[in-house]
Design a protein around this ligand. Structure first.
Ligand code: NAI
Length: 328
């Protein structure tokens, strides 16, 4: 069975080739779009990533080319038109959990860096500047942390923040009883926003959560609060967040995901004039930290992603039940 990877990076080849010696794996570094879908002609399986576009028109082209399975090598599936896939008879699988620790720990890294300014300290000391001026942070112990989405990643994040001695509040459609037993309190969204010093987003992107953080919800936050987003870029209305940073309503922003990231992330754009004015503005603010979707990027997570994705494909090839199938 021939498998075509879109948006592949050298690390994908390294982890998948190590575990997929029994398969015909072919790699493209180009993203999957309407313009590139034709390259998949004759491939029964397409392996796609977070910024590949799997809308109805792309899926129709893939179907014509003989594709029967979309194997996402990620957890989120907001980039796939599941209804169109179902109508075309294309099945979609994903990696529901590979390492919730990887992403939760990375959210903590963003939080700690923004707070204690270790990125600035590193540069200063290397430059012979040993001044502490403007490096003041705050103790995490005793602060209130609001967690939106307490699934696999959010749950680990809650536990880490409890370990720092924080009061942890949560908002989710379903309360996690284990977390409640550990002292995490579930509150309505606006109450969580009003009480939290730090807010971290760990819910999926869907119709209900798109622009969950907007002008109105930002106005409910404590003045000077910190917002961390390792979920998906469009959970945040970027324009509204920029305005809140400019007014001082939002004190800190740490994002590993960005609303327009498909035009930027995962590629070296350092020799280009970047046309995205919002990212240029955000990266100019001293209290903003942007990383390029690397929350998942640990050895453990990459191994697990390759392992589960290849097993998903083997199950499809062997006409076995697809335990990680996403259905609408
Ligand atoms: P999960 O499915 O285990 O948990 C998601 C939680 O969000 C569930 O508890 C669900 O009930 C809750 N939720 C759903 N709709 C909600 C709503 N309207 N309001 C509040 N809560 C809601 O997912 P997991 O594995 O914890 O991942 C969360 C998200 O993190 C993924 O959807 C993905 O977008 C993102 N992610 C980011 C990565 C990165 O590298 N930055 C890597 C992996 C995932």
């Amino acid at each position: 069975m021939k498998i075509l990877f879109y948006s592949s990076q050298p690390y994908d080849k390294s982890y998948f080739n190590r575990l997929g010696g029994d398969m015909d794996l072919q790699y493209l570094d180009t993203q999957l779009t309407e313009q590139t879908a034709g390259l998949a002609q004759g491939f029964a399986v397409i392996c796609a990533f977070v910024n590949d576009k799997l809308d109805a028109s792309v899926l129709e082209q893939l179907k014509k080319g003989g594709t029967g399975l979309i194997a996402l090598r990620c957890a989120g599936y907001n980039n796939v038109d599941l209804q169109a896939a179902a109508d075309l008879g294309i099945r979609v699988v994903r990696v529901p959990a590979y390492s919730p620790h990887a992403v939760a720990e990375f959210a903590v890294a963003l939080l700690l860096t923004l707070n204690r300014k270790t990125h600035k300290a590193y540069n200063r000391v290397r430059d012979g500047n040993f001044s502490l001026d403007r490096l003041t942070g705050f103790d995490l112990a005793g602060k209130t942390v609001g967690v939106i989405g307490t699934g696999q990643i959010g749950q680990v994040f809650c536990s880490i923040m409890k370990g720092f001695g924080c009061r942890v509040l949560a908002f989710d459609l379903i309360a996690n009883r284990t977390l409640e037993a550990d002292g995490v309190s579930y509150l309505p969204l606006l109450d969580l926003l009003e009480q939290s010093d730090i807010i971290s987003l760990h819910c999926p992107l869907n119709e209900q959560t798109r622009h969950l953080i907007n002008r109105d919800t930002l106005s409910h936050m404590k003045k000077g609060a910190m917002l961390i987003n390792t979920g998906r870029g469009a959970l945040i209305d970027t324009g509204a967040v920029i305005a809140a940073l400019q007014s001082g309503q939002l004190g800190y922003l740490g994002i590993d995901v960005y609303e327009q990231e498909e035009h930027l992330f995962f590629y070296n754009r350092s020799e280009e004039i970047i046309q995205d004015e919002q990212i240029m503005l955000l990266t100019s603010f001293p209290n903003v930290l942007v990383t390029a979707h690397q929350g998942f990027f640990t050895d453990e997570a990459l191994s697990e992603i390759a392992h589960t994705t290849l097993n998903n494909i083997r199950a499809f090839a062997n006409k076995q039940p697809l335990e990680n199938e996403i259905k609408r």
